[in-house]
Structures are given as structure tokens and as C-alpha cells.
Design a protein around this ligand. Structure first.
Ligand SMILES: CC(C)(COP(=O)(O)OP(=O)(O)OC[C@H]1O[C@@H](n2cnc3c(N)ncnc32)[C@H](O)[C@@H]1OP(=O)(O)O)[C@@H](O)C(=O)NCCC(=O)NCCS
Length: 188
């Protein structure tokens, strides 16, 4: 497990899937705002659930986010489209509704940065989010991501085109949180 100050990122467990599916995917508005693919109903238990992990898929690295204190599942996080030639990847993150606004998102982004830059040796991490997603923008900026541009009308969300913000962080600009560094040392 990778540890931050408040949350840990561990492998997906089978019994995480129905919870993530019900609380993240089946909330149509949340899914439509957080994922560029159109929502469609997915049968519980289906292998088509976006939370089912294919361990052979090297480009996507999914994690379940858990509270360090007690191990309760609080969300889904991933590096996606890992490109080992250009040494870049994208960050994706979704927390269960009851776990938002507690600093977990900021902490999970810090842990994903540690994974991307330290464990995988990447050079660039990227986040795309809706321009009105204040919590995601702030979670990224608190970790040193900078706004690199606005992708105008790039997301079709529940009946309208919305702008997305593109944020990037380069390895040399990343200043890891000292608490996360200490936790990573403890985890070795
Ligand atoms: C986006 C998300 C991951 C952020 O995680 P979080 O745990 O809620 O965010 P945090 O508690 O770490 O808060 C980060 C900052 O945003 C602020 N914030 C949190 N919720 C906010 C809200 N609803 N409106 C405005 N600001 C908010 C916090 O005050 C904090 O600011 P600070 O650093 O100045 O104190 C989480 O809210 C979520 O999963 N949302 C739904 C799915 C989603 O949008 N995913 C991202 C798709 S790109």
C-alpha cells in the first residue's frame, strides 16, 4: 500500500467494486462530470464495470483509496494512459460522496504524484477537469499542478458543452509533502 497523510492507495479488492459502482458510477451526474465516456446502465457484477481491474493492462494503474485510520474504502484513483516513452500519465480520482471535503482528495493526489514520479520515474503528470470543479482544481494546485490551458467546450455534460482545464506538473517542480515522504519511508 502507498500511504499519504490521511489515505492509502491499495489494489482493488473484489468487494470494493459494488460500492464504487453504486456510489460513483450509478450517480449519473457525478459520472457524466467526472468521465468523458457516456453513462449507460451496467449490470451489477458485470465484467464491464469500469472498476473491474485487468491486471494485464499496463497503461492504466487503478487503486482503491482507503482511510489510513481503519481501512474504510473511500474512493477510486488511477494513473491512466501511462506513456513510458514520453514518461507521462494522467491522474483520475473519484471519492465517495460522504468522503469528500475532508482533505482526502488533496492527499490522494499527493500519493499519486509519489507513485508517478518516484515509483514509475515519470516526468510529467496531467489532470483534466471541468472548469467549475473547484475541489479538483484546488486538490491539484495544492500539489503544485499549474493551469496550462482551457479546453473550450470540450466536455458534453448533461445537455451542454462545458470547458475543461488542463493542469500539469513536472517532476522537477514537484515538492513532496514531508508527511507523505515520512509515510513512504515507513512503508518500505
Ligand atoms: C474532486 C475530489 C476528488 C476532491 O477531493 P476532496 O477530498 O473533496 O477535496 P479536499 O477536501 O482535499 O479539498 C481540496 C480543496 O478544495 C476545497 N473544496 C472542497 N470541496 C469544495 C467544494 N465543493 N467547493 C469549493 N471548494 C471545495 C477545499 O476547501 C480544499 O481547499 P483548501 O486546500 O484551500 O483547503 C472529490 O471532491 C470528488 O471525488 N468529487 C467527485 C468526483 C470528481 O469530481 N472527480 C474529479 C474528476 S476530474
Amino acid at each position: 500500500m502507498l500511504r499519504g497523510g490521511k489515505v492509502g492507495l491499495r489494489a482493488r479488492h473484489e468487494d470494493d467494486i459494488p460500492i464504487l459502482q453504486a456510489e460513483l458510477y450509478d450517480d449519473v451526474v457525478n459520472h457524466s462530470r467526472a468521465d468523458g465516456r457516456p453513462w449507460r446502465p451496467i449490470t451489477p457484477g458485470s465484467k464491464d464495470s469500469p472498476f473491474v481491474v485487468d491486471d494485464k493492462e499496463q497503461r492504466h494503474v487503478p487503486f482503491s483509496v482507503v482511510e489510513l485510520d481503519g481501512g474504510t474504502l473511500v474512493g477510486d484513483a488511477m494513473l491512466w494512459d501511462v506513456d513510458n516513452h514520453n514518461r507521462s500519465a494522467h491522474i483520475g480520482l473519484g471519492l465517495l460522496p460522504s468522503s469528500r471535503g475532508k482533505g482526502y482528495g488533496t492527499d490522494a493526489v499527493a500519493v499519486l504524484c509519489h507513485y508517478g514520479f518516484v515509483v514509475r520515474g515519470l516526468q510529467r503528470l496531467q489532470i483534466e477537469t471541468l472548469s467549475d470543479n473547484a475541489a479538483m482544481l484546488r486538490s491539484a494546485e495544492r500539489n503544485g499542478f499549474v493551469r496550462e490551458g482551457v479546453l473550450r467546450s470540450s466536455a458534453w455534460v448533461m445537455g451542454e458543452f462545458l470547458d475543461m482545464v488542463l493542469l500539469g506538473l513536472l517532476a522537477q517542480d514537484w515538492k513532496p509533502d514531508p508527511r507523505a515522504r515520512a509515510a513512504a519511508r515507513r512503508a518500505r
